[in-house]
Design a protein around this ligand. Structure first.
Ligand code: ZN
Length: 426
């Protein structure tokens, strides 16, 4: 059972009860979204039946694949004249997902982002360097809108060109750095290498879009002498800025007046109570352009409803603990173990067992794949062949090591094949 958010007085003042928002949202989504009207009709659910968060448990989940099938604008739930912008997911494993936004969607997103920045301590006098990408990608534009909404100064460098980044950072006296954690680390290492620390005025780092452990966090904070904040979001639900950690750093507050978070059991898909780990599922409460009901994020976390000592009345989730699927990201490319598996299967001279080992060398991702050579095959040539196949099919450069047949561990249960060591031994 999910408790409601009006359990303490402060929360009640700021956060409306989600049940009322939910009822309105479900009715509106049913009326306006042909996709959801069909989906709910098929499930035999009339929108009036969904009165509480608990009632949502009977509503079927929505997965990314369903959105892909509606490419490009099948999920649009407003007349086209109301759409002011689209963004798109990266689409590395098929067609991207196109997300239409209305004027109000764009405003609400900017408000949520501004709240996020404020919670991280960003103020009107701050100078905020925005290093995520602009364009179809949501991050750059989303951060910039939030910075402007807050009234701080955006320095929209976008990604890459480290030298230019450092020049802007020192010349303009950037106080807040926004980016992916790996780019944050790369910049930190560069700053250390060039001994630029004394010329910097950085105070705050806001990083997101990938999982980053405490070890990496400490490393960035120590080198730059800043406090860092973990920001969360996904393209299908606005983009970044739907949750962020506060100065207490015990979970990320999320904006429950616009978004309803549920945690579901990985196997059964049933709702789980607060405090229990499972998959995060999100329902948009106020989104117009592309509203979503029970969207599966595939991110593993927990919900916390108890008050946070920072005083922010919004509920929290834990930092993302992992992904339901074993997807990993190398040099910005999303990779599934299944893809590696498939490519390796093209090479007859190796066994079926393999290990994927991810490390970070000097701030850059490194991918090592261990495979077993069958008798008679020449290791060097074999490694090169696998490497070439991976480069051609997946588009990334991997180191391949051929080990003795039978030397990789076997397990009767599912073997652990992916070892992400990027947060350790930096
Ligand atoms: Zn807090």
């Amino acid at each position: 059972m999910l408790a409601k958010y009006e359990t303490n007085e402060t929360q009640g003042q700021v956060v409306q009860t989600q049940d009322v928002l939910l009822q309105r949202a479900v009715q509106r989504i049913y009326n306006n979204s042909p996709f959801y009207r069909t989906k709910l009709d098929k499930a035999g659910i009339s929108p009036g039946e969904i009165r509480t968060v608990e009632d949502l448990d009977s509503v079927p989940l929505t997965d990314k694949e369903e959105l892909r099938l509606e490419y490009p604008l099948g999920l649009m739930a407003v007349p086209e004249e109301d759409v002011v912008r689209i963004h798109s997911s990266s689409g590395t494993t098929g067609k991207p997902i196109i997300v239409p936004y209305t004027k109000r969607d764009v405003q609400i997103w900017a408000e949520m982002m501004a709240r996020s920045l404020e919670l991280a301590g960003v103020k009107g006098r701050d100078r905020v360097q925005v290093t995520p990408g602009y364009g179809l990608w949501t991050a750059g534009t989303g951060f910039q809108a939030g910075v402007e909404h807050l009234g701080a100064m955006a320095i929209p460098t976008g990604p890459g060109n480290t030298e230019k980044q450092l020049e802007m950072m020192t010349d303009l006296g950037t106080t807040v750095l926004i980016g992916t954690s790996s780019y944050g680390l790369l910049l930190a290492e560069e700053i250390k290498k060039h001994n630029l620390n004394d010329e910097l005025r950085l105070k705050i780092g806001i990083f997101g879009s990938e999982r980053w452990g405490d070890k990496m966090r400490r490393r960035i904070e120590d080198i730059l002498g800043i406090e860092t904040f973990d920001i969360y979001g996904l393209t299908e639900i606005y983009g970044p800025g739907i949750a962020i950690d506060c100065a207490v750093h015990k979970g990320l507050h999320y904006w429950s007046d616009h978004l309803l978070f549920e945690i579901v059991d990985l196997d059964t898909g049933r709702q789980l109570p607060p405090g229990v780990e499972g998959e995060l599922v999100i329902t948009t409460l106020t989104k117009e352009g592309m509203p979503l009901l029970r969207y599966r994020t595939h991110d593993i976390t927990r919900i916390h409803l108890e008050a946070c000592s920072c005083g922010c009345p919004y509920p929290r989730i834990d930092r993302i603990l992992g992904r339901t699927d074993d997807m990993f990201k190398v040099k910005g490319v999303n990779i599934y173990p299944g893809q590696i598996d498939h490519v390796l299967s093209l090479t007859k001279e190796i066994g079926s067992e393999y290990q994927i080992i991810l490390t970070r060398v000097e701030g850059k991702d490194s991918l090592l794949i261990k495979v077993e050579g069958l008798a008679g095959a020449e290791d060097g040539r074999l490694a090169l062949k696998c490497q070439r196949n991976i480069k051609t099919r997946i588009g990334i450069l991997a180191n391949v090591e051929v080990v003795l047949y039978g030397s990789l561990p076997r397990s009767e249960k599912k073997s652990k094949r992916v070892f992400d060591l990027r947060d350790q031994g930096l």
